[in-house]
Design a protein around this ligand. Sequence first.
Ligand code: BT5
Length: 337
Amino acid sequence: MRKAFSSRIARSEPTLEQRLLLLFRGSDDGILSGESIGSFLNISRTAVWKHVKRLRDKGYRIDAVPARGYRLVAAPDALTENELAPGLSTTRIGCRIVSVPATGSTNQLAFQLADEGAADGTVVIADTQTGGRGRLGRRWESPPGVNLYCSVIIRPPIPPLHAPQLTFLSAVAVSRAIEATTRLRPRIKWPNDVLVNDRKVAGLLNEMNAETDTIHCVVLGIGVNLNMERSQFPDGLRQPASSLFLESGAAVDRREFTRALLAELDALYDGFLRNGFGETRDEWLARSMLVGKRVSVSFGESETSGEVGGIDADGALLLRRGDGSIERVLAGDVAIL
Ligand code: BT5
């Protein structure tokens, strides 16, 4: 028997390190005496020193200012819980953020954590992936320091049959986050791509652990090319690809983008659990680049074509064929004709 999980888990209290960072960031000149830190956090001077050292070990530059105390000079450009949690006001998504410098695939790590009981809304982020996965065993290029690779563990009380609906949540959340942090206008391509100026900037890979009628967990894998440079894209990608930086000309603050994404996902997931798939589906359709277009969809050896009418309640693509019949397509790669 697997453990049952509460569907609503409040974000845990900030840790001492997070409170220390908040203190530094809230102080006028960025300098705090060991004594004042100790009294704010109710810890000894030795404990203050230990926490400062721990932050330094994590890449924070904290200088000692003679006779005055400590000054936070620079924070690492890292997508850690310390950097993301302050200012993140979600109810589920991001209740816990597990951040690692490198892993094979964040989806794989998320499944391991889910097996160990990780709660609904746990987010796994890696700075780089050595075996980033696309669909059908394809590879997802994941260079360090520039992009976002994250996997969100959710445990929705829905039948496994409806799980494909969740891909649409991720696609809408990524699109909203792009709009919230850049001036770009993203479009969604069924089933799992987000494009800017017809170039792919994000890919989604949802995977599930389920039995016939019960979902144990769904892992929403989200890869967004934020600051990737042209030279970091290998030749021969399936379709033209780009990053938000390349399309907008401005570097994206990875922390700001990640917080925006988690907030949008939280809001959409909350609406999904309360009111079902309808709202996400409507927004997805409004953002879709395919509706009304003639497309061909290939899956392995098979290929079909028609005019896109929309998606149905299960997230299947609805194709109107030449003879007027409607075909439901559950998976495949789409090309616009
Ligand atoms: C996808 O597959 O688009 C799903 C990508 C999901 C990646 C995230 S990152 C976090 C999480 N952890 C993982 O291990 N995966 C998820 P698909 O539609 O099959 O597209 C894959 C194809 O896109 C590849 O075969 C390449 O041609 C191309 N591609 C590879 N890396 C890319 C990149 N960074 N940007 C754009 N296109 C890329």
